[in-house]
Every structure is written in C-alpha cells, then in structure tokens.
Design a protein. Structure first.
Lengths: 466, 172
C-alpha cells in the first residue's frame, strides 16, 4: 500500500510516463495535486527474505512485489532510505540523516554517493562496432580516443527523435555504454532491432552486444570526491586521478578488494566527481569501503537530491525534458553531433537533424527549443504552460524546482523558436495564475568539472566569452 | 500507467472510507451545547467540533471558542512527509470557498500540494508570516504554522478525530 501510494505521489516528480499522465494530459484536479501530501516512506523491511537482484522493466506494473533491487538495497535500508519506485526499481529518494535540501547542499559543499545501479550498462565490441554505433547516434566516435566518453543520443530512424540519452565511452577493445533505467525495455527492443538490421547487411562487419546484468554503478559527486577516491585507490591509480579529466575513464583496483572497477570522471550534478562501475560481487563491499573511508565527508544521497542537482546543472532527464518526439537540435543538444557527422551524416534521422542545424534563412531551424527559466513566486513544474503577455500558450515546462543553492525557482522547458533567447520575459501559469519568468542560460549554476587545461589558454578577457 | 494510478486511487479511497469514523452520531451530552438556543440551528455544532479534526487529505481544522471561525492547516504528519516547505501560497482574505476547494498550496523541493478546505466559507485571516518564512509550517504545523481562518457557514462532514486520523496515516 505504501508503495502504491508512493507511485501516485512521487512518480510525477521522478518519472516521465507518470507525470505526462498526471500533469500534461489530464487537467490537474485538486485531488491529484493534493496527493503529494500523502508521501510516505516505505519502511525498510528488515525481516523480509532477501529478494535476489533481478532486472525489472520500467513499464511493468509497479507494485512493490515486482520492483527490482540493486545490489545496494540492503545498504540503503540500513541507512534509513525512503524508497520509491523508479525505472522499475525500488530506489532511495532520500535517507533519514538529511533532508533533500541538506543532501543537495552536502553534495555541492562536500561529497555524496548515489546508487545508480538501476541504469543499464552495455558493452559493444567487434570490428563493426564503430559503424554500428555511428548509425544509431550522431556522435563522432571515430575521433573519440580510448578511455574517453561522450554524451550522446540513440536516435529513431527517419524522425531523428531521441530514443534515449546515453554516455558512450571508448575502451581499448570495446565501447561501454550506459542508458536510462526508465527506458530499459524500449532501449533493449530498439538495440535488438537495430543490430538485426545492421547484421542483415552482409557488407557490415560483426558487432557483439552484452548487457552487464547486475553490474554495480555508483556516482561519487562533489568537491571532495577526488580526495575521497584517492584514499581508497592504490598509489599508482591515485596518481592517475590527478590527470583524469572530465569525460575520461580508467580501470583501477579499490584497496582491500580484488575487484577491478571502471572509473569515469563524469556525473549528473554539475560537480566534479566520478561514476564507478563495479562487478556485482564487489558492489556492496566497495560502496561500504568508500563510506567508511570518509565518514565525515561522504553521505549517501537519493533521487530527490539527484533531481534538483541535475536541474541546477541544466541537464536533461529522459521522459521529462527529452522524449521520442524530440530531436537533439530542439533539445539544445546539437553539441553532441560530431563535426564530421554534420558534414557527412550517416546516422538515423540525419536528413531532418542536418536540416534543423541550418540557418532559418536556409530553410533550417526548429519550431521549439529547450530553454531554462527563472520563475517568480511559485515554482513552475512539469506540465505548466509558458504563455505570452496575452495569455497565448508559447511553450511548456518539462522540469522545475526551487533551486536550493540559488534560492530561485528554476525550470526547464520548451518554447517557440525565436523566444528562446536568454533574457526574454515570458509568463508561466501555476495554479491558474500567471507568474513572471525570464529565459535564462543553462547551467543555472556554473559547472565545476575538472577539465583538461587547454593548450593555448586565452589571455584576454574578451576571448574568454564562449 | 493510467490503470496503475486508478488502482492507487481506488486503494486510497478504500482505506479512507475504512478509516472514516464509523458512528459518533450519538446525542451530545455536553451541557454547554444543550443550552444552545434552538434558533442557532442554522449552524449546529455537535461534539465532533469540540476537538481538532482532520481530513483524509491531511489538513486539520479547529473551531474557535465562539464557533464562528475555523483555523485550517496541514497536519504534522503531512509536514513531515513533505519535508522542507519552501513556498506557501495563501488564499486572499475575503474570498469565499466551498468545501473541497483548493485555498492555497505548499511546495517542497519535490512537490506542489494543494491545501483543500473541508469547510465552506469566507477567508477572514491568513498567516502571512508564512509568505516570508514558509518553513514555519515545518516548525509547528498544527500551531504557529496555521494557514488560514475561515468564517464557518455549515458543519463539515467526513472529518476524522485525532485518533482516527492517526489510524488513517498508519494504515496508509
């Protein structure tokens, strides 16, 4: 019962499909809006028999009996996690030691550890792998060096709509790809059919695909993250961290374990930090070891803080800010389209996407664009309409929250092309009232990534403007 | 998803009605009320109103000593469940609401929640301190953190006693 209620309650804030139904398609009724008041923590069930970790589908029925658990479920429960269904898994939304705001600030000031083991980790290999991945994504993988990763998008054929957003890392002999838990079933079907099509062309070389079932994935995020990670690594690996820049990865062993992990300097908070992929048998031990090695600095953080952190960082959440009908250009993700890919195409939806990249005067452009907004008064959340002075609808909000750091209401949404310039004043309707809003550059909060120093550092202030 | 939501809703309604007070409509024996003149039947106050009452949507209401106004707020349980309240939208004084209307809203980082009034009537006072310090609701949800006062027109129905409400939240 508790879990069922949490579905109705937190799903709107955390998962795309739910919120579209609740907020976008139905007129918001009072009862629905009042539901969040019934938020209730599912109590950790210490006495229940341990359920083996198993994969679950986001679209499967979300009754608590059928939700999957990551390898860290027991650890979460022991730390007072409040669980919610997310992406087919029972995931911590917050822990008993910190409120969402406290946990958010803790991440920005110190460091937090997130379990992201619900996400789907894949490995693609074989001689045809680059060609295959370059068919389904617009990324320039030929220029991606080993142990470097990039944000990318899986694309629908013809339309160029985004199937899912993903991070692709080139390892010496394969590609390591992480996709969203909420898209699991859809992505697996998509990848299956794409591989089948690719293999059916005898001129293509072979591709192998493996899903790393039950592989652990944790995200260590915050300014103290490098210091904390160094402590648990051997001397050589700790040294490697000093020159491991944003987007880069390395294999390493965690002290006192024999497990080889893949450390990527990446994250979803706008902070410096790492995502660590861990073999199933060692996930809990490595996580516990990290927590124990930084008792005063490191705390577990849940989906609640993860969502407000990524919003401040201007990052998209699939199912909310991105969906199957959105192209990378509309989503302000044109930067994921590689330079050589712009010239040559050769990826799904290239005719549409490459046309959208052109100037308006050349028949290009898009009808809507993803933007950031700062809203006065009430926070504008998913489903709220963006309107002009006359009250005409000009867009909609796809995510929003009060920013714990900026103490302003920040939102992400789509607006009619032409009104997307930063500084444009618009209105957002919250609870039937028009509220002033200003189109604002994202990230709302400057990112603090550990970036590789540029060779020719700009010397004049003028040249620093992006 | 649609099916799941309605399941949740149905389940919710089932527990709500189960938790609803079964039979408290026995005659009132309190002297004060026995003395009340029969003309005031326009608004009859029964024993249920002598104590703070709760709605299944987690609001509380309490009648003033003169029986003319009711103070409304959100329950301690709700305030705790919501977490840090960062924004509170109050109703306008002078506006009349029917029971079941949203008279305002409270927002935490994660969610927006309407405050539904279980009583019909005109708003006579709001706790404007909450506009500056919305976190005041978390500090003392059933005291200093009250939301609004409403001029009572009729006796509300379907409210729960503190004990019934406690049971309601435990069953949830």
């Amino acid at each position: 019962m508790a879990a069922k209620r949490s579905v109705a309650v937190l799903r709107p804030a955390l998962n795309g499909t739910g919120s579209h139904l609740v907020r976008a398609q139905c007129p918001p009724t009072l009862r629905q809006l009042s539901r969040p008041l019934s938020i209730q923590a599912s109590r950790p069930r210490r006495n229940s028999p341990r359920v083996p970790v198993s994969r679950r589908y986001a679209s499967s029925d979300n009754s608590s009996e059928q939700l999957g658990r990551t390898g860290l479920y027991e650890l979460h429960a022991a730390h007072g996690a409040k669980f919610v269904p997310f992406g087919g898994y029972s995931m911590p939304v917050q822990y008993s030691d910190l409120s969402i705001i406290e946990s958010h600030n803790w991440t920005r000031e110190r460091a937090s550890l997130f379990d992201v083991g619900h996400m789907v980790q894949h490995e693609f290999s074989g001689p045809g792998v680059e060609a295959f991945l370059q068919t389904i994504t617009p990324s320039s993988l030929s220029t991606l060096k080993p142990y470097n990763g990039t944000l990318s998008t899986l694309l629908h054929r013809e339309t160029g709509g985004i199937v899912d957003d993903t991070v692709i890392t080139r390892l010496p002999d394969r590609f390591y790809v992480v996709t969203n838990a909420g898209c699991r079933e859809k992505d697996l079907a998509y990848l299956n059919s794409e591989l089948e099509a690719f293999r059916s062309d005898s001129s293509n070389e072979s591709v192998e695909w493996k899903v790393l079932e039950n592989q652990g994935l944790i995200a260590l995020q915050g300014p103290l993250a490098p210091e904390i990670l160094e402590r648990v690594l051997g001397e050589a690996a700790a040294k490697t961290l000093k020159t491991l820049y944003f987007g880069q990865s390395t294999h390493a062993k965690i002290d006192s374990t024999d497990a080889e992990v893949l450390i990527s300097r990446a994250g979803y908070t706008g902070e410096d930090g790492f995502e660590i992929s861990i073999p199933p048998y060692a996930t809990e031990a490595v996580t516990q070891f990290l927590l124990d090695s930084a008792k005063d600095e490191l705390r577990l953080a849940g989906l609640g803080a993860r969502d407000t952190l990524r919003l401040e960082a201007g990052m998209c959440l699939y199912g909310h800010d991105l969906d199957d009908s959105t192209t990378p250009v509309e989503a302000a993700l044109s930067w994921v389209i590689g330079k050589d890919r712009r010239a040559n195409g050769g990826f799904h939806g290239d005719s549409i996407i490459l046309r959208q990249l052109k100037k308006k005067s050349e028949g290009g452009g898009v009808a809507r664009r993803r933007i950031g907004l700062v809203v006065e008064g009430a926070p504008a959340r998913e489903g709220a309409e963006i309107v002009d002075e006359a009250g005409e609808k000009i867009g909609n909000i796809t995510s929003g929250c009060p920013s714990p750091v900026l103490k302003k209401n920040i939102s992400m949404g789509y607006i009619k092309d032409g009104l997307h310039k930063s500084g444009t004043e618009v209105h957002v309707v919250v609870r039937g009232k028009k509220r002033k809003a200003t189109v604002t550059k994202m990230p709302f909060l400057p990112a603090k990534y550990f970036k590789e120093p540029t060779v020719a550092a700009p010397t004049t202030p003028a040249s620093k403007t992006p | 998803m649609a099916a799941r939501l309605s399941v949740a809703r149905a389940a919710r309604q089932l527990t709500s009605s189960a938790a609803r007070r079964p039979a408290t409509a026995y005659p009132v024996s309190c002297q004060r009320w026995q003395k009340a003149p029969i003309q005031s039947r326009l608004f009859t106050v029964s024993a249920q109103w002598e104590e703070k009452k709760y709605t299944e949507d987690h609001e509380w209401v309490e009648l003033s000593a003169d029986g003319k106004t009711a103070t409304l707020g959100i329950s301690t349980y709700a305030a705790k469940a919501l977490g840090d309240i960062v924004f509170c939208e109050l109703p306008q004084v002078g506006v009349e609401f029917s029971s079941g209307d949203a008279i305002g809203a409270v927002e935490s980082v994660k969610s927006a929640s309407d405050i539904l009034t279980p009583i019909s009537g005109e708003v006579v006072e709001v706790n404007s301190a909450l506009e500056e310090v919305p976190g005041g609701i978390n500090k003392d949800p059933e005291g200093e953190g009250w939301i609004a006062k409403i001029a009572v027109q009729a006796e509300p129905e379907g409210l729960m006693s503190a004990e019934e409400y406690k049971k309601h939240t435990e069953e949830a």
